[in-house]
Design a binder for this molecule. Sequence first.
Ligand SMILES: N[C@@H](CCC(=O)N[C@@H](CS)C(=O)NCC(=O)O)C(=O)O
Length: 203
Amino acid sequence: MMKLYFAPGACSIGIHYLLQEIGCRFELRKVDIRNGENFQAWYTAVNPKRKVPALERAGGSVLTEFPVIARYLAEQAPSAGLMPSDPETLLSASELTEFIVSTIHMQGFSRAFRPGKFAMAEADHEATRARGREIIQEGLLVVDRHLRQNTGPSFADGALFYILFWACERLKLEVPAACAARWTEFKSRPSAQRVFAAEEIAL
Ligand SMILES: N[C@@H](CCC(=O)N[C@@H](CS)C(=O)NCC(=O)O)C(=O)O
């Protein structure tokens, strides 16, 4: 059985959502990243990069990096309809997933949530957070355009799920209309309810 290493409410929630959507059996192993459990030897043996998500596959090998795990899961369960069959739609889903993870998450949310990673001086933290929010808002405009043109489900939904969760529920940002509509749709799904319950998240 697959095992997801996750931290409650972290980006791993997007992979957790995909696992629920594809309807496979899986185990969860919580990693307390707030208290540095990801730096403990047992976890660095799982993922030397010390990040979640990590997905242990049935044979025991571990996959890391959100876009890779998301696509792998979609490929494993073609009947879930998360792996676009049209090559252009597939490229577009990959492009969106990469943009969300490498730009909106890593450049935007990382500044907004953890300014100390970008600015040593405490005095610069507020400006760093503000810059993070700008990057998020600019990024969400790109995502919104994508959503208006591509309505079908894909593995990019995992990435969309966690940034919309962070934007709408954590930071309480006003997000563009198609993003807001997608978040309303996501959070009403039974898969999302199961994810929130398992991660003990109250919206
Ligand atoms: N490049 C990784 C990034 C994952 C990542 O940044 N995960 C965060 C949680 S949202 C993490 O594990 N942070 C722990 C830390 O930096 O100590 C991916 O795409 O999976």
